[in-house]
Design a protein around this ligand. Structure first.
Ligand code: UDP
Ligand code: MG
Length: 149
């Protein structure tokens, strides 16, 4: 079953959006298989956003991600990687559709509330970077037959 890595950034945690965000992924029918509140080290932030290290916003992004607690999560479900990106919305919250997390709660590209893996390869890398195997729980929600045919 497909898995993706999501992280509620320090702005989402500070703004008390943790419950609202988790509710949206639960309500959609995805399964939570990993969850932790954590302080992010500079090394982890730099590795996670390594693809952007030459970009002008990189130092500010690393500073922001390490500035307060982050809620790291792994979610499971058919098509969850692409679907989570849709639920999250466009990178710039000003362009994100209403109904998406960034569209509903964000107003600035540097404070866009949540991260989501963008492809199967990045999902795999990011899950392994943020979670150990033992921290992930494989389970079958009993209501699955009402979500999937
Ligand atoms: N970012 C930023 N300024 C920019 C572009 C990106 O602060 O001009 C930050 C923003 O937090 C974004 C993250 O860098 O979520 C990673 O950028 P990416 O293009 O990968 O967007 P995402 O995959 O998060 O939608
Ligand atoms: Mg990205």
């Amino acid at each position: 079953m497909e898995r993706t890595f999501l992280a509620i950034k320090p702005d989402g945690v500070q703004r008390k959006l943790v419950g609202e965000i988790i509710r949206r992924f639960e309500a959609k029918g995805f399964t939570l298989v990993g969850l932790k509140l954590m302080s992010v080290s500079k090394a982890l932030a730099e590795e996670h956003y390594g693809v952007h290290k030459e970009r002008p916003f990189f130092p500010g992004l690393v500073e922001f991600i390490t500035s307060g607690p982050v809620v790291a999560m792994v979610w499971e479900g058919e098509g969850v990687i692409a679907a989570a990106r849709k639920l999250i919305g466009a990178t710039n919250p000003l362009n994100a559709e209403p109904g998406t997390i960034r569209g509903d709660f964000g107003a600035n590209i540097g404070r866009n509330i949540i991260h989501g893996s963008d492809a199967p390869e990045t999902a795999q890398t990011e899950i392994a970077l943020w979670f150990t195997e033992e921290e992930l729980v494989s389970w079958q929600p009993t209501l699955m037959s009402w979500i999937h045919e």
